[in-house]
Design a protein around this ligand. Structure first.
Ligand SMILES: Cc1ncc(COP(=O)(O)O)c(C=O)c1O
Length: 450
């Protein structure tokens, strides 16, 4: 149970705020009734209702750090589509590049010069020389697994407890009493049989998992960002690299989120060596786009395993809408004009300001908590000590508290992060946006503190 919170006050506040939310969203309520006839749960993708306890709302548009619903309520967004919109709504360089490209054709199933430029730019930023493009980070991770399995001749994949790498059969799994179990319905039977789940920041456990030399790939975020936030111990990731190299296992750093935390991603920022890097989500600026980078030897083998119309069957990679000219120009404009060293410096400073503000509130209120902080990511660690693995992080996932804070803030014009994430600063937020968030965060705690 979260220390410092009065559960009765929390429940009373949540129920009043839910009623207020319903009262200010009548057009969304009517739209839900209409949509329910054609869309299961009234949404075109179930997360649009499953991620929120508030009933689904429908969006009219957005600009910068804000979006507006069809009832005319504006929200300053600290969820940023779970990091798929970290550049804000309608950033001018992207709008211009995309508008020009769509008028000339969004996709040709052939490469453009911009694709070469994006790969060149990423090779320079991230340090891996070869790149392939997909539409989602899930798809990029699936292809990385296939490449790793093909090149090593091994089947097993290691991920860490508290992980999320997309809706991939093998990794939608959790660990219980040393056993890997399927995490959701509808997965291929046996799909998780070759998945090994190890606690983060536990080198002996990783060593034990790799020692049999039958693991193709270790797939990890540099810091776990889907169980609030779990930071690596100092030196931990360098040891992960040493162990994977020693046992002939490939290492993939999934930077689908963290590419937006530091210029070139955290792998570059922290000087990590790896065999693959996955990017996606916010990098696509809302247009489906993701990529993976590969080392020189992997890229060379990859090129030899082409799945062409003649010769032996090659690697199962690709898709008809992957690497569209449209997504590529959006990515190029983002790299050249938004994801700049200055842009990241501002983002990092704003992230620190928000985390400092949350820490100051916690101190003023005498709560035994602390702020999470990593670049633009912050949020509430509901314990005095930061978590070192997914299990410890789960102690700060108080879903009733998060849901009450979300609806309280939504009713006052702020869209707070979903339960698995933390409050996220985007490239579009201003200092005034941060102040507004902090004022509301403190007022909310005043309502529910014991
Ligand atoms: C670290 C990480 N990898 C991969 C994915 C999958 O991304 P997508 O939903 O674009 O497939 C996610 C999604 O949240 C993620 O957080």
């Amino acid at each position: 149970m979260t220390p410092g919170i009065d559960r009765n006050r929390l429940a009373t506040l949540a129920s009043a705020e839910n009623a207020a939310f319903a009262a200010r969203t009548p057009k969304s309520t009517a739209m839900r009734a209409r949509a329910g006839a054609v869309l299961p749960n009234a949404v075109p993708m179930q997360w649009m209702t499953a991620l929120y306890r508030t009933p689904a709302i429908y969006v009219a548009g957005g600009e910068g750090a804000n979006f507006t619903d069809i009832d005319g309520n504006a929200y300053c967004d600290f969820n940023v589509c779970d990091l798929s919109m970290t550049m804000g709504y309608g950033p001018a360089p992207i709008v211009e590049a995309v508008s020009k490209q769509v008028a000339m054709g969004a996709h040709y199933l052939l490469a453009t010069e911009a694709a070469v430029e994006v790969a060149e730019s990423l090779a320079a930023r991230c340090g891996l020389p070869f790149w392939q493009f997909t539409t989602t980070a899930s798809a990029a991770n699936i292809e990385v697994m296939r490449v790793a399995r093909t090149l090593t001749g091994r089947q097993k994949i290691v991920v860490f407890g508290g992980h999320y790498h997309g809706h991939i059969d093998e990794t939608l799994a959790y660990e219980a009493n040393g056993e890997t179990l399927p995490g959701q319905l509808g997965l291929t039977p046996g799909a998780t049989d070759h998945t090994v789940i190890v606690p983060f920041n536990d080198l002996p456990a990783l060593d034990a998992a790799l020692r049999g030399r039958d693991v193709a790939l270790v797939l990890t975020e540099p810091a776990l960002t889907n169980s609030l936030l779990v930071l690596p111990d100092p030196g931990y990731l360098a040891e992960v690299r040493r162990l994977t190299a020693a046992y002939g296992t490939y290492l993939c750093i999934d930077e689908a989120h963290t590419f937006q935390f530091a210029y070139g991603g955290l792998a570059r920022d922290w000087g990590l060596e790896c065999d693959f890097i996955v990017l996606g989500k916010g990098f696509g600026t809302g247009i489906s786009f993701a990529l993976y980078g590969m080392s020189a030897p992997i890229g060379a083998r990859y090129a030899e395993l082409l799945d062409g119309e003649s010769g032996p069957k090659g690697l199962a990679t690709g898709g008809t809408t992957y690497a569209s000219a449209l997504a590529v120009v959006a990515a190029k404009a983002a790299l050249d004009q938004v994801l700049t060293p200055d842009g990241y410096a501002r983002l990092k400073a704003n992230g620190a300001t928000l985390a400092d503000g949350i820490d100051a509130i916690i101190t003023r209120r005498g709560l035994p908590w602390r702020a999470f902080r990593l670049g633009p990511r912050t949020g509430y660690c509901l314990r005095p000590d930061l978590p070192r693995n997914g299990r410890e992080a789960s102690l700060s996932i108080d879903k009733d508290l998060i849901a009450a804070r979300r609806v309280y803030m939504a009713n006052r014009g702020v869209w707070e992060a979903i339960w698995s994430a933390g409050t996220q600063v985007s490239f579009a937020h201003s200092r005034a946006d941060l102040d507004r968030y902090l004022d509301l965060a403190e007022a909310f705690l005043g309502e529910v503190q014991a």
